[in-house]
Design a protein. Sequence first.
Length: 116
Amino acid sequence: MEKKIYTIDAAGQKMGRIATKATALLIGKNLVEYAKNKIFNVQVIIENASKIDIFEGKLKTIYKRYSGFPGGLYEKSMEQVIDRKGKAGLLKIAISGMIPRNKLKSRIIKNLIIKE
């Protein structure tokens, strides 16, 4: 089976809309052969990630993760993530959060390419 390549132009679009489109393509929801336990030969390329439209009120949103140990709660605001990883890193976090949490997640996310 040949690799299908999809490109998404992110200029001027909202982050959530782009993330849902990319996630559906990566998982293979648009294909007739869709199954939860399959990885399809699909590659998604997102261009112009630095031109994503983000509402200023959303920049105060806090991302949390917990290590499982006492005092292991880590918090970062959206501004801090953008400063450290750029808007491409923020988009990757959003897309990986939408992919089902199973053994295939790490292999599926490798088919995503984000270009600034």
